[in-house]
Design a protein around this ligand. Structure first.
Ligand code: 3PG
Length: 211
């Protein structure tokens, strides 16, 4: 698979769906519905027993999908995810262990930050695009607005509490490149396998325009 920068990943669509997959059989149809709805960059979180297998299944079978891994917390997570076919990585935080492993393995990373100091540390290591996590709990839109001038040059993918109601407010900020969220992959909708509903949610999300 071709290497992809995190900027390229974030530019594929305004929203990166955050996926929690419990049933491996649901991984491919779910990813197909998201891609059909216009959201090709997918974050499969390492929070379930089948997450790595789900990444492998999507990478092998879903044309047009750019599958990434989320909830990266250790260097071992990074290695296992690359072996499974992940093309980018997302982490709730910013640690040397995860960043060193990703750099060594060539995995594009979207690490999480919640303060200016963390953002500055990440910038020191060459990152220009960061996840702001958890976005709503950390002050949301007003915080990112306040960061725009002092942290000029950094762009953010707010995630955590972002939904169909507030996504546009985030996307209208000058320092937001895309948002992440699970509202396009509701647990109950996945459980009943309503892929048309997922495609509709994805289509609405992919239509979110920035100013
Ligand atoms: C997460 O890690 O669960 C993501 O931040 C998604 O958050 P959300 O469920 O609030 O969209």
């Amino acid at each position: 698979m071709a290497l992809l920068s995190i900027r390229e990943v974030c530019r594929r669509a305004p929203v990166i769906p955050v996926i929690v997959i419990d049933d491996l059989d649901k991984a491919v149809p779910l990813a197909e519905a998201l891609v059909a709805g216009g959201l090709p960059a997918l974050e499969v979180t390492l929070r379930t027993r089948v997450a790595l297998q789900a990444i492998r299944a999507i990478a092998d079978a879903v044309e047009g999908a750019v599958v990434g891994v989320g909830t990266l917390r250790t260097a071992d997570d990074v290695k296992a995810s690359i072996d499974a076919g992940a093309r980018f990585g997302v982490s709730p935080g910013f640690t040397d262990a995860v960043i060193d492993a990703a750099e060594a393995e060539g995995l594009s990373m979207l690490p999480g930050v919640a303060t200016p100091s963390e953002a500055m540390r990440a910038a020191d290591r060459g990152f220009e695009i960061l996840k702001f996590f958890p976005a709503e709990a950390n002050g949301g839109v007003p915080v990112l607005k306040a960061w725009a001038s002092p942290l000029a040059g950094l762009q953010f993918c707010p995630t955590g509490g972002v939904n169909e109601k507030n996504a546009k407010d985030y996307l209208n900020l000058s320092n937001v490149i895309c948002v992440g969220g699970s509202w396009v992959t509701p647990k109950d909708v996945i459980e009943i396998g309503d892929w048309a509903r997922v495609a509709n949610l994805a289509s609405d999300a992919s239509g979110l325009q920035t100013l």
